[in-house]
Design a protein around this ligand. Structure first.
Ligand code: BES
Ligand code: MN
Ligand code: ZN
Length: 467
């Protein structure tokens, strides 16, 4: 998307007005009686001059950046429907200019996203240029950041939407190497012997049933090695069939997105690199394919991690926590002071919160920072408790811990399992994004399919840390 700030010099295909119900009389619009200000209602007014697209925002006092992102996404799709190539969005003045310009840009770029590279006739993007009225440098800077975050979110959407027969663990690792080539980030990949040498028990066990072998991917972006390190850990199951505990009775095509956590990590680091953020982050991705086969891990299998912990694999479909454990142990070895893992971990989290909120667990300081980052970016999280009593649910007769929790509270017992692999001195949070990984239908700035959830909350979280 090309973006400029000179309405004087450019003629545009349309003007976009975000209209609040209680401000209608102030807009100076023709056809005022036909303007719909109800939230989500759109209209087009064709005149002798440039057409005007209006998007209803409801009551002005209740409007937040997320409303503007959604409205902008919707407007952008309407503009594409008209096959118009450029638009002049008028900042409505509900919020500070920086916030409004950024929200409109994110909403328009993300709202017109589509994943059609495998269709015979991909539809060409018609809307390719946004022209704003002149603004000060601070607003231009906010817009630049918005473009970077939106494109990083698209990167994560693309990776998550990619079909499982194409995006294998090795393909993901090759992509990451290629993507960060010639940037300030460096990538290291462990496969086969290296995984054995490093005792990456989870990846080796979960990956046993597939000919498409597991990979451990490390993305390092460190601008001042003397300062503390933040680890971003992502679940990277390129396909999760459940394994021998096979998922059944429904279409499990969605499980191609079981690497959406790792896509969020890749996208977040991409944004931080692009923004030349001074920070120390390491992205740790545990990538594997979970399939049933003669050599698959078995329900009842006993495995041991290099920290001594033994695990009863009671259910091979609880594979995410097994591979995340490797990455969490590795984050301890790297002496990361803050650790955030993000994963499409449990159906229970999706059941509880639905598609707009991820569940978040962990230390208050990290949880609060992430909650703020989430509220500001629209990647919402909601805190869950980690009651000590629930540890009982993870007890195994013959191992230190079982990989599934008895009874209810599945999202919580998964978090309790992960905590066993986090260092005493590390400030840790776990984000279970099983709910928001995918949009079922197109709404606002989220077209149906992978949402790219996690990129913006993680990037903003790191941006907010003072390093
Ligand atoms: N990847 C799934 C969780 C999931 C489900 C993500 C739906 C997105 C949408 C995970 O590996 C899984 O299978 N979890 C099991 C755990 C259970 C066996 C303890 C689940 O939630 O059913
Ligand atoms: Mn599973
Ligand atoms: Zn899974």
């Amino acid at each position: 998307m090309k973006i400029s700030f000179d309405t004087e010099k450019h003629s545009v295909s349309c003007v976009v007005r975000f209209v609040a119900a209680d401000k209608l009389s102030t807009y100076n619009l023709p056809f005022l009686h036909d303007v719909h200000a109800k939230k989500g209602e759109t209209a087009i007014f064709r005149m002798d001059a440039t057409p005007i697209v209006t998007v209803g925002m409801g009551t002005s006092t209740k409007i937040c950046a997320e409303d503007l992102r959604n409205a902008a996404g919707q407007a952008a799709r309407l503009i594409e429907h008209e096959e118009w190539s450029s638009a002049n969005p008028v900042l409505p003045g509900f919020l500070p200019q920086e916030a409004e310009a950024a929200a409109v840009v994110e909403g328009m770029i993300l709202g017109t996203y589509r994943f059609d590279r495998y269709k015979a006739q991909p539809t060409l993007q018609s809307l390719t240029e946004l022209v704003f009225a002149e603004v000060d440098k601070a607003v231009e800077k906010a817009v630049h950041k918005a473009v970077v975050l939106a494109n990083a979110t698209i990167l994560a959407r693309d990776l998550s939407n990619e079909p499982p027969n194409i995006l294998r663990p090795s393909v993901l690792s090759e992509f990451v190497i290629e993507h960060f080539k010639d940037t300030q980030a460096s990538v290291t990949v462990f496969a086969e012997d290296e995984l054995v040498k490093r005792q990456m028990t989870g990846l080796l066990t979960v990956g046993k049933g597939s000919t498409h072998r597991p990979r451990f991917i490390e993305i390092r972006y460190v601008t001042d090695p003397k300062k503390p390190l933040i680890a971003l850990v992502g679940k990277g199951l390129t396909f999760d069939s459940g394994g021998i505990s096979l998922k059944s009775g429904r279409d499990i095509s969605d499980m191609r997105m079981d690497m959406a956590g790792s896509a969020a990590v890749v996208g977040a680091i991409d944004a931080l690199v692009q923004l030349q953020t001074p920070c120390n982050v390491v992205g740790l991705i545990a990538a594997a394919e979970n399939l049933p086969d003669a050599s698959s891990m078995l329900p009842g299998e006993l495995i041991q991690y290099p920290n001594g912990v033994t695990v009863q694999v009671a259910n091979t479909d609880a594979e995410g926590r097994l591979v995340l454990a490797d990455a969490l142990i590795y984050a301890q070895q790297l002496k990361a002071t803050k650790v955030v893992d993000i994963a499409t971990l449990t159906g229970a989290a999706a059941q509880a919160l639905g598609f707009r909120y991820a569940a978040i667990f962990g230390e208050d300081s990290v949880v609060n920072d992430l909650r703020n980052a989430g509220d500001n970016t629209g990647d919402y999280v909601w805190p869950f408790p980690m009651p000590q009593e629930y540890e009982e649910k993870l007890k195994s007769v013959y191992a230190d811990v079982s990989n599934i929790g008895k009874g209810s509270g599945g999202a919580i017992t998964a978090a309790l399992f992960l905590r066993r692999f986090v260092g005493e001195s590390q400030a840790w949070a776990h984000v279970d994004m099983a709910g928001p990984m995918e949009a079922e239908s197109t709404e606002g700035y989220r077209p149906a399919g992978a949402t790219g959830y996690g990129v913006r909350i993680l990037a903003q979280y790191v941006l907010d840390q003072d390093v």
